[in-house]
Design a binder for this molecule. Structure first.
Ligand SMILES: Cc1cc2nc3c(=O)[nH]c(=O)nc-3n(C[C@H](O)[C@H](O)[C@H](O)COP(=O)(O)OP(=O)(O)OC[C@H]3O[C@@H](n4cnc5c(N)ncnc54)[C@H](O)[C@@H]3O)c2cc1C
Length: 437
């Protein structure tokens, strides 16, 4: 263990420590490029993850590495930036230090940009058997489980078990749940019988369970209707106004009276703010988010800030805080970068205002929905827009190229090359192994 203290080459400048190299953390560090500060970013991973395409990794449409980018590589040309791969275990506001897996770290200004984690709503049995999808290892676990279960379905003589292995339940009908169930329906139609001789597409079932009375609850009613129409046509059974009550690894019960036998439950039903220990309970609000003021400063602190999913900026216009989406995190990071410089120079700060540029969700091949203010797009045009926006937002030129070519190959071959079990996933122990045992 060692201590990273104020003795670095930039020690005359105030040190801004950013916890998290996600969308918010990256945009803040970029905004501070020319600022009179030393920036230290800490992340438990040495890469940035493009979460909007995690579902494509989970169903084997694209390679996992293509949605990750090394954080150090992004900041090669930033003279005031340094990075350490470390998990922050505890924030110690009383002496401006962090307890981390690589030792104690001092800060002058701290920015918490740790994002969010899956919310299983306190249901521990569901948490054990359901599959979350917040990061690349979790997406790879889903990919392994889905492919392993199809392999087992091919050879099992027990018909009840076979159907359970071929039944997929996606919980949560927001953009992630809609995208996942659409992709599974597409796999059923285009790939199953072609690649798994002996399995019938009529035996593969996809269910989507959503608590609200419509899918894509944060989007327009037109988008919800379109998603429902396309998914239903693709064979997805949708239960609205329905909540999963229990899942024991085989039987899933829903409060609409249905019980589904399944070995595949994919959980996309909500998130909660993720943060290290140390922040007092009175600054942590709904959804485990940190209460921040209009410049993203944590209530009661002068030098601690929070941005992105973990920040709850409660104002009359945003009574539930800002939406947990990448643009909100990016804009907060950019804005805080300007305000930190103002604070250091003793200048007045400006309040954060979120500019909502619209929402997009893809439902399947040639099908997506887009709400752009009063304009609502769907079908091929929406799908094209979704593709361009996601491709342009990916970090790294090589990743853009790899994803573009994967999509083109998948589109024309109606198949994909990434449906691999390279790390066996054991649902009972929740462990992975690099060789198939
Ligand atoms: C499956 C999925 C699909 C999504 N699709 C979309 C979409 O289509 N459009 C959209 O706008 N948004 C989408 N989102 C939401 C979007 O990804 C988040 O709103 C955004 O990532 C939030 O940015 P952030 O900087 O707050 O956190 P993140 O981007 O999550 O980054 C947090 C970082 O903090 C690090 N970290 C966490 N805790 C610690 C610790 N204790 N120590 C060190 N490091 C730590 C993590 O490793 C991570 O790198 C999606 C999210 C998911 C999970």
């Amino acid at each position: 263990m060692f201590t990273i203290s104020q003795d670095s080459k930039y020690s005359s400048k105030p040190r801004v420590v950013i916890i998290g190299g996600g969308f918010g953390g990256l945009s803040l560090a970029k905004a501070l490029k020319k600022a009179p500060v030393e920036v230290l970013m800490l992340d438990k991973h040495n890469y940035h993850t493009f979460q909007p395409l995690l579902y494509q990794v989970a169903i084997g449409a694209i390679a996992a590495d293509s949605i990750a980018f090394p954080i150090r590589r992004i900041f090669t040309k930033y003279a005031n930036f340094s990075f350490n791969m470390a998990e922050v275990e505890k924030i110690n506001p009383e002496n401006n230090t962090l307890t981390t897996t690589i030792g104690e770290i001092c800060y002058d200004y701290l920015v918490i940009a740790t994002g969010s984690d899956t919310n299983f709503l306190g249901k521990t049995e569901i948490e054990h058997f359901a599959m979350p999808m917040k990061n690349i290892p979790e997406a790879l676990n889903i990919r392994s489980l889905v492919m392993q279960n199809l392999e087992t379905a091919l050879v099992t003589a027990d018909m009840r078990e076979k159907f359970a292995l071929m039944t997929f339940v996606v919980v949560g009908g927001g953009p992630t749940g809609v995208e996942l169930s659409g992709a599974l329906a597409e796999m059923r139609h285009m790939i199953l019988e072609k690649d798994y001789h002996g399995l019938s597409k009529y035996d593969l079932r996809v269910y989507l369970v959503e608590g609200k009375d419509r899918l894509l609850g944060t989007m327009s009613p037109q988008a919800s209707e379109k998603a429902k129409e396309v998914l239903t046509k693709g064979g997805v059974t949708i239960y609205n106004s329905a909540h999963v009550e229990s899942y024991d690894g085989f039987y899933l019960t829903i409060d609409n009276g249905k019980t589904i036998k399944t070995r595949n439950v994919l959980w996309a039903a909500g998130v909660k703010g993720e943060m290290p220990e140390g922040m007092p309970a009175e600054v942590v609000g709904k959804g485990n988010r940190l209460y921040v003021d209009e410049i993203n400063r944590v209530k009661g602190y002068n030098n601690i800030f929070a941005i992105g999913d973990v920040a709850g900026m409660i104002t009359p216009e945003t009574p539930n805080g800002h939406p947990g989406v990448a643009p909100a995190a990016i804009q907060q990071g950019e804005h805080l970068g300007e305000n930190l410089v103002h604070l250091i120079k003793g200048e007045p700060t400006t309040p954060f205002k979120y500019h909502d540029k619209g929402s997009l969700a893809t439902i399947g091949r040639n099908q997506a929905v887009a709400d752009l203010g009063k304009i609502h797009l769907s079908g091929f045009l929406g799908w094209l827009l979704w593709g361009v926006v996601h491709l342009m937002s990916l970090a790294g030129f090589s990743n853009k190229g790899i994803v573009f070519f994967s999509w083109a190959i998948n589109y024309f071959t109606k198949n994909s090359d990434n449906r691999l079990v390279v790390r066996y996933f054991n649902i009972e122990t929740r462990e992975t192994a690099s060789d198939s045992k």
